[in-house]
Design a protein around this ligand. Structure first.
Ligand code: SAM
Length: 261
């Protein structure tokens, strides 16, 4: 497995507010190899730009602006406009791109898990991959909360499985090719500061940087898939794998479909 220095080193700390058991905070800091700060100590100084802490039962990522307000966690609820039943109807651009006959999906770039959870709620069999240890701990916390949801327990559903590591290597080790591999790597923004970019994605870019190696990931996905690769791109970006077989358009974005011969 390739070991690279995570992009958040030097920018991130775990934050303990002086209440309750400190050991989970210590373990988290050790696991991510980042400092542990105690905000209740006199002389607490915000050395880092980002913090991880548990608030309201969720593991949250905070920046200076969010320190007093709340923070960002993996959102497990349905997105606006999404039906609350399970499985939710397979309609919309994402479902069309995944394909009518698709049953198994690998999301190789899970990030905040918003696309993954949408795919999961539509009833596909889903496996998630994520290389950032920071996003992996946030996702694991989100999936744990998902498992405790009343509807998940009633329907006896398990949350998606998460593999932590570089998808280029993880995809090569899959025992069975999935019907579809879904990719949503980080593209450079069109403008320096896009007013439309979601805060969670701006933070992700600040902490992890752009995914410069996405061409290699695309090649690995084409190799590992059974039937198709779907790439989500901003509408201004060139398709990642040359001319796609099909494209489905959403708001300011595109799902490019590449079929395996
Ligand atoms: C733009 S975000 C994905 C957002 C996600 N679709 C969502 O709905 O929240 C890209 C994520 O892919 C991850 N990533 C990029 N290349 C990867 C690779 N080769 N292997 C595993 N994860 C990768 C990054 O660490 C980042 O968290």
């Amino acid at each position: 497995m390739t070991i690279t220095q995570p992009g958040y080193v030097g920018k991130l700390a775990v934050l303990y507010d002086g209440h309750g058991d400190i050991s989970p905070f210590q373990q988290l800091a050790e696991r991510l190899a980042v400092p542990l700060r105690n905000s209740s100590e006199a002389g607490f100084d915000q050395h880092e730009a980002f913090f991880l802490s548990w608030r309201d039962g969720c593991l949250k990522l905070l920046d200076k602006e969010l320190l007093k307000k709340g923070g960002m966690a993996v959102e497990i609820g349905p997105r606006q406009g999404e039906q609350r039943s399970w499985p939710a109807p397979k309609d919309g651009a994402l479902a069309k791109a995944l394909g009518r006959k698709t049953k198994t999906v690998v999301d190789a770039t899970t990030g905040w898990g918003q696309d993954s959870l949408h795919i999961f709620r539509m009833g596909y069999e889903l496996l998630c991959m994520e290389r950032s240890p920071l996003m992996a701990v946030l996702l694991a916390d989100g999936f744990k909360r998902l498992a405790q949801e009343e509807w998940m327990q009633r329907l006896q559903l398990e949350p998606p499985r998460l593999l932590v590591g570089n998808a280029v290597e993880l995809l090569a080790g899959l025992p069975e090719p999935p019907d579809c591999i879904y990719l949503d790597p980080m593209f450079p923004p069109k403008r320096k500061k896009s007013a439309l970019a979601k805060k969670s994605m701006v933070v992700l870019r600040d902490l992890l940087g752009d995914d410069e190696d996405k061409a290699g990931l695309f090649a690995a996905a084409m190799q590992a898939t059974g039937k198709r690769v779907v790439v989500k791109s901003p509408d201004y970006a060139e398709p990642l794998g040359g001319k796609p077989s099909d494209s489905f358009h959403g708001k300011l974005l595109r799902y490019d479909v590449f079929l395996k011969n």
